[in-house]
Design a protein around this ligand. Sequence first.
Ligand code: ARG
Length: 605
Amino acid sequence: NPFDLYRAHLSNLLADITGVDTKIIYPALSWTQSLDKGDLILAAPALRVKGQKPDELAKQWAEKFPENDPLFEKPTVVNYFMAFYVKGAPVVETVIPTIQKYGKDFGSYKFNGLRDPADPSKGRKRIIVEFSSPNIAKPFHAGHLRSTIIGGFIANLYELAGWDVIRINYLGDWGKQYGLLALAFEKYGDEEALTKDPINHLFQLYVRINTEMSAEKEQMEKRKQDGEDVTELEANSLDEQARRYFKKMTDRDAEALAQWERFRNLSIKRYQDTYARLNIRFDDYSGESQVSEEAMEKVGREMLETGISKEDKGALIVDFQELVPGKEGKRLEKPIVRKRDGTALYLTRDISELLARHEKYKFDQMIYVVASAQDLHLKQLFKIIELLGHKDIAAKCQHINFGLVLGMSTRKGTVKFLDDILRDVADKMHETMKKNEDKYSQVANPEATADTLGISSVMVQDMTGKRINNYTFNMDAMTSFEGDTGPYLQYAHARVSSIRRRAGLSDEDLASADLSLLTEVHAVNIVRLLAQWPDTVQNTLRTLEPTTVLTYLFKMTHALSSSYDHLQVVGSERELMKARMALYDAAHTVLGNGMRLLGLSPVER
Ligand code: ARG
């Protein structure tokens, strides 16, 4: 990492001044969140020097700092914090050429030099990111949308950091309700509709049969109250037929399974189209239906033998209160792992699946991106894995949760599919674009651009706050070009592209620019921000919050927008034009890198 130069240089200087080892100083130096607080900052207590007040130490050390250091100004001191400001000229002349050299890899593991270039797979760690995981025949709701956006981002992040990333989509595609769905297809299915639009067709069937089933149940209840014998009716009810159908599926009846595979595969194909629009692909479509019955039986037996599960009214439960002392045990409650009729549950499948994944992929880490509504479920899962004697495996698993999206259902209160949401937002974007007739006519493919901007709107709104916060789905706010929105971010990126087109300079022109001409405070501040990108990526690996990246990107767009009046490119004298364009081009690279990390497709026009 070429910017380590700054930190290393400063660590050495401070080691001379303080007598503290550089090994302690180096990690204590961090890049700041805002430029007016300096570039690097140090909290005096972090050096663990005893005997004097940290405020005084900071002051003394600052006084001893050399007057004419080549890279840093003399530090300023606030309480026990020392703030170090880089000198404009050297930072400009290292940062811009570094970004030119690394381009898309600026900020990645290739840039950080964390990996042996001769053998990049050496010491490479493997992570599984499980995300999206919608339920077949049910709407792709807000929870799945958020899991998709956040999960895609986390997978990109680890890839950027040099991990071997495996993206898994764990579909909800098993259980009695899918016996009911297959039954509905037998009754009312339409081959053509199924192949054309499987997700909607299956959903319609699902709704229809569920409505029918409720009506039937109500009827039977009434008759029962009227004293009628309904045994025969019950034995032929939809509920019972569904149970029998699902039993065929679990008994591996070839016909029933083949039909089910077809539903599943057609749905996956449709999902893939949507994921492609979001720049997402999966390495593995697993799902609840893919969990092996034998494996489940085996781990079920193990749980019973080791006393992790016990019988309770014919079912098997895990009584955490008995197994885990104190509050934790109470909080984990008493989940069922096998129903009275012998069928497995969501939790049972997850236990088996986790162990199977470990066996198959030998992962170093696994992240589940699932709504916070399932906090308890995942805690139970990890604890059971631990109790089964796999403390090491449990320690590799992490739940990345997130809050709700409010106000996403339509006016009629009906559910919406992701495709419909994306289409609505794209339409809205298209309307906005049409209002600017001049610019509109210059866009080669307005529909595609509207689609990209629509997707950016949804994604940026989703990633703006901390993951755990709820937010309200607000179409007007998210599609606005004002404020820190997706369209604004795209606009900022496209604006730099437009300057480049008008300047008509080649890459060679930019590479040979005289960067010493960039002395204005606006130019230096943009460069100081650019220098923070690699550290922002490292920080994000700690927070796993998309907002860490977004906050950085919007800081960049604000710095850019306030600079244009001061750093004119087109119309300036040629050497100055080259230098300023080199600066803006570096910003273009970093904005693009950040946007791609978030899963956005940066637009040029
Ligand atoms: N399909 C589930 C749902 O929609 C989410 C799956 C989460 N992942 C897991 N391994 N349990 O609620």
